[in-house]
Ligand binder design. Sequence first.
Ligand code: PMP
Length: 427
Amino acid sequence: GGHAVRDIRLDFPAFATTGDGRPAAYLDSAATSQRPLAVLDAEREYLEHHLAAVHRGASAATGESTTLFEDGRADVARFVGAGDREIVWAQNATDALNMVALGIADASAGIGGPDAARFALQPGDEIVLTEAEHHANLLPWQRVAQRTGARIVPVRVDEHGLWTIDDLAAVLTERTRIVAFAEVSNVTGLIAPVAEIVGLVRERAREAFVVLDACQSVPHRPVDFAAYGVDFAAFSGHKMLGPNGIGVLYGRDELLDALPPARTGGSTITRVTLEESHFLPAPHRFEAGTQAVSQAIGLAAAVRYLEGIGMDAVAAHEEAFAARVVAGVAEIPGVRIVGPQPGERRAGLVSVSVDGVHAHDVGQFLDEAGIVVRVGHHCAQPLHRALGITATTRASAHVYTTVEEADRFVAALGEVRGFFGLAREAS
Ligand code: PMP
């Protein structure tokens, strides 16, 4: 892409150097990303000069505010290969996944009428999920199972936390109604072959809806939901250089027009009587109440910023980070790499487990060395249980992450076991 990381970092106030000392290495972008001035400015500009209600009233100010809000939706739609009507604002990915699951639970209870009947699950129907899912893509499905009598069918992971399309194929049946998985795992960095999986599901489980957790893919690589053929997808603004409090539910438009809205209220309807309501088409039927307008506008600015760099370049930059970290960590005795092994492809994050040292101690050691990472189960307890560990330490990159930061992480990790009085050799 021709965009040097050095130049990119100048766009991020968080990395402004204060004079003395090196800034901390921020290696926790998979949890939340830093934001460029373009995003902060877009929000501020809207709040200072264009703030007014959207989709309400007839004033010029409201019209202008509504245009900015809807233009933001169009920017986000273009970014992920969606039509404008297929992008629903949510609070975050968790909220978006809940909207799908709760809509399905409602449809299963007869809400939404004949249009929604196609979403209805019966006792004994199957919800296929991988064991690597983030709790955001697990707990909502547990709720659906509780409400409908459907059953959760896991795709198991191997000793590295990985699963394959063959593992998924092995559990698909005629009773499969939902197939939900992350395009990129927030723990292992595994990249799922989404289009191939959708093709398989269409062949083997004709009644199934494919729900994609795109939380760790949309911010970091090119995605095209229409080309993938997924039914629903979810992602968060705050992981893609955008604001907190805004996320996206994607749904194919014919599905969104039929799915019962999980939340009901103002701005979602055509006609209301005391007994019943008729809902607008998507996306507005899902957007009950006052929306996060400045955040949506900030997210659109984040999308344009990422487009300016180019998502192929973003992915290449971050995969190079991960490859460098994996190669370095592979040389450290007593440190286990979770996910794809050296030489195998992975997205721009690396989780490790240090023999004999709890991840929280690793995190504290790294923190004192000026390296910001995430430690814990990363909202993926079943995955960690399958690996036989309670917690891992994760380093993750974004557009602004440097090679030097990768090397600092590896060097500090190499000191951990010695610091805690353990042999530098594996036991
Ligand atoms: N899915 C994945 C794979 C994630 O990494 C995350 C964030 N850690 C989420 C879902 C949930 O995102 P949010 O907290 O923004 O709703």
